[in-house]
Design a protein around this ligand. Structure first.
Ligand code: FE2
Length: 237
């Protein structure tokens, strides 16, 4: 059962879905991609002010009603993609950070130019407060490109779940594919794949193709691990 643990399907709260029509299309698109679990991770930027919970939850409810009325085989979970700042760390200390499906896992992103020190400080900070960090789209950070062993360190020393976007994984295929992604996947340094979908056009859900490619290039076990097993671990532990 494929789960998408990172997507921007809730309309009107971030740069993802822009309206109710697009949200409906994104839900249909997820189903077409064999996705059965959707964790709706809208952007939260604690430094810029409070997350619009009322709107988010109201739109989530609307989505749930649509899923029921259409009989779509989808289960929705709440979540946020949190931009790491000192305010995010303060929220972790106060137990106020939104997690993935109310688990103890938090999806966290950084600025692309963030330094290695900040990523490790964040991982330690969350861990000190009983949370586990899921590092969003690890392929975006220059400090991890500089030294790929850091992915291993994140996993082994900090207990971080390393997430890669499906679009990047799809680009890793073939002789001239994305080298960072290919090397990281081959070395088993990626724990979770997700769509990070924002719409139904250039940033659409593509998890069916991603699953197939992972299966062909790295084997069924790897495809299941990144798109089925790890999400279950996140949601149910
Ligand atoms: Fe995202």
């Amino acid at each position: 059962m494929i789960a998408d643990m990172h997507c921007h399907v809730v309309y009107g709260v971030d740069d993802g879905s822009k309206d109710w029509e697009m949200t409906k299309q994104m839900l249909q698109k997820a189903v077409e991609n064999d996705v059965r679990i959707l964790c709706c991770t809208s952007h939260a930027i604690p430094a810029r002010g409070p997350f619009p919970w009322d709107t988010y939850l109201q739109h989530m409810q609307e989505m749930g009603e649509y899923i029921n009325s259409e009989g779509l085989p989808l289960t929705l979970y709440t979540g946020c993609e949190i931009m790491y700042t000192e305010e995010a760390a303060r929220m972790a200390r106060r137990g106020e950070l939104p997690t993935l499906g109310q688990s103890r896992y938090v999806l966290v992103e950084f600025m692309p130019i963030t330094d290695w020190g900040q990523i490790t400080v964040a991982a330690r900070e969350f861990s000190n407060h009983g949370l586990k960090m899921v590092c969003a789209h690890v392929e975006r950070y220059a400090c991890l490109h500089e030294d790929m062993d850091r992915l291993y360190e994140l996993h082994e020393d900090y207990g971080v779940i390393c997430q890669m976007n499906a679009s990047t994984i799809l680009r890793s295929h073939g002789l001239f594919g994305d080298k960072f992604a290919k090397k990281a996947l081959k070395a088993g340094l990626i724990d979770l794949a997700a769509s990070d979908s924002h719409n139904v056009t250039e940033r659409a859900c593509n998890l069916k193709a991603c699953y197939e490619m992972l299966r062909k290039d790295y084997g069924s076990e790897m495809a299941s691990s990144l798109l089925e097993d790890m999400p279950q671990q996140i949601l149910h532990r």
